[in-house]
Ligand binder design. Structure first.
Ligand code: SF4
Ligand code: SF4
Length: 151
């Protein structure tokens, strides 16, 4: 990753982004939202339920952690007119849209822009912040790389 810090990117001037909580990336086609063990307690505390009940109601075991269940219509079970666990949503969700898969090329980025109305709105994320987000989210995708992912 360090060698990649020095090269130019299409996002060198930063990117504006603010999640509008439209649910576009939390609903629709099936995908994987991964949550690791460390993310369970904050989610349970936020919902004021036990970690055991959180797992029983909302999660399925996956690799060393969990995946968030989906409703029959494909939406994440935490989506109810917005993400009901937004402040403690999994790292995978917190780092969207600045994932390696989205930032790897301008072509990929333009495709994401067509799906997320929050891109171009809100505060400016700097090149450094975007690179940190890509780096932070990479381990998640090493776990779920084989699957699809949302948001
Ligand atoms: S599509 Fe973009 S604006 Fe809509 S919920 Fe997802 S991140 Fe937020
Ligand atoms: S947990 Fe993630 S995918 Fe689920 S509603 Fe919240 S932001 Fe969307």
């Amino acid at each position: 990753m360090h060698a990649l810090q020095d090269r130019p990117y299409f996002f060198d001037e930063g990117v504006r982004f603010q999640c509008l909580r439209c649910g576009g990336c939390c609903t629709g086609e099936p995908g994987i939202v991964y949550a690791d063990q460390d993310e369970i307690l904050p989610m349970a505390e936020f919902l004021d339920i036990s970690p055991e009940l959180l797992k029983e109601r909302y999660l399925n075991p996956f690799q060393d952690g969990f995946v968030v269940r989906e409703a029959e219509d494909g939406r994440c079970v935490f989506f109810e007119n917005g993400c009901v666990i937004y402040p403690v949503r999994p790292l995978q969700c917190r780092t969207f849209p600045f994932w390696f898969s989205n930032m790897r090329s301008l072509f990929s980025w333009k495709e994401v822009c067509t799906r997320c109305p929050g891109i171009g709105k809100g505060r400016l994320y700097t090149r450094e912040e975007i690179l940190l987000s890509i780096q932070a989210s990479l381990p998640i995708f090493e776990v779920v790389w084989e699957g699809d992912s949302k948001p």
